[in-house]
Design a binder for this molecule. Structure first.
Ligand SMILES: Cc1cc2nc3c(=O)[nH]c(=O)nc-3n(C[C@H](O)[C@H](O)[C@H](O)COP(=O)(O)O)c2cc1C
Length: 228
């Protein structure tokens, strides 16, 4: 098997929210996609380790918001790297309560879907939920959706352990080519590229980064970076 083939699969990035028994939560997923048109249904691969998994399983509902390119690194960090098991993650973000019973993420979103689970397939580490779309809206028709490729190649993000794409080649390439990797989110600092968004010129070695430089994906300090 050539794992590099997996790198050629295309995805978007989504904020998936659910609530059950008075507890609401959400996570980032790249595995949301349309699987039928009549009725319109979406599929979602959700790790059994995600706190959100129990909420979707218990309520039979979830919402999926399509993230735009401008979605903040902070949003992806909180929803995609921290767990609602440990704290309330949604308080800082703009949301709405949908009549169907699911909260819907509006922060960083360009469109959203409210779904009712029609089927759940056990895949081992993940469960594939199929959800019938009971409502949807387009928030910004002109905005570009954030694709997984853009997140990985331009924003330099990686997928954490619970993402189905975790063991994909992105990590392997990063580990071979990069010297310092963020232990929290897997972001690999590339001296050849620097970090123009934080004013770091191409060619700057990790050791020469200013002390206030932080991980552009999860905002971790330099002490969280490990030499590879
Ligand atoms: C880019 C990216 C893609 C991800 N894709 C998925 C996914 O498709 N399915 C999944 O279960 N987790 C995925 N994750 C991981 C979850 O978002 C992460 O484990 C989250 O902390 C779970 O939150 P919870 O425990 O509060 O539910 C992804 C994370 C990132 C950053």
């Amino acid at each position: 098997m050539n794992r590099e083939a997996l790198y050629k699969l295309s995805y978007g990035l989504y904020g998936v929210l659910a609530q059950n028994g008075g507890r609401r939560n959400g996570f980032i997923a790249n595995t949301v996609f349309q699987v039928s048109s009549d009725p319109a249904q979406l599929a979602l691969a959700c790790s059994k380790d995600n706190f959100s998994y129990g909420l979707i399983q218990g309520s039979g509902r979830f919402s999926a918001s399509v993230l735009g390119r401008d979605a903040s690194a902070g949003l992806i960090k909180v929803l995609g790297y921290e767990s609602g098991r440990d704290r309330e993650k949604l308080a800082a973000f703009k949301m709405m309560e949908h009549a169907s019973g699911s909260p819907v993420l509006l922060d960083g979103a360009i469109a959203w879907f409210a779904c009712e689970v029609t089927q759940a397939m056990d895949l081992g580490s993940h469960v594939l939920f199929v959800g019938k779309v009971v409502d949807s809206d387009l928030l910004d028709p002109a905005a570009e959706p954030l694709t997984y490729a853009y997140y990985r190649d331009v924003k330099k993000g990686r997928a954490p352990k619970n993402a189905p794409t975790f063991s994909g080649v992105g990590h392997a390439i990063a580990e071979e080519a990069e010297k310092y990797t963020c232990s929290l989110c897997g972001y690999a600092y590339d001296p050849a590229l620097g970090d123009p968004e934080q004013g770091i010129l191409a060619g700057t070695p990790f050791e020469k980064l200013p002390p206030n430089w932080i991980c552009p994906i999860c905002q971790a300090g330099q002490s969280e970076f490990q030499k590879r």
